[in-house]
Unconditional design. Structure first.
Length: 62
């Protein structure tokens, strides 16, 4: 049987963002994003990670 992946709603996205902000993970993410934009070596891996994260985020929001 295949499980359908729920849609990412505004409410679910807000919950996820509130959670990472409360844990101060949001500040770390901004630091990483800023670095990845200016470092050729890291930017490729960062973009690959974002693609992988999409699947993980959908799983977390189930």
């Amino acid at each position: 049987m295949s499980q359908s992946v729920p849609q990412i709603t505004r409410e679910r996205m807000a919950q996820a963002l509130n959670s990472v902000y409360a844990k101060r993970d949001f500040q770390m993410m901004l630091t990483v994003m800023t670095h990845a934009q200016t470092c050729k070596k890291c930017s490729k891996r960062f973009l690959e990670s974002l693609k992988e994260a999409k699947d993980h985020l959908e799983s977390e929001l189930r």
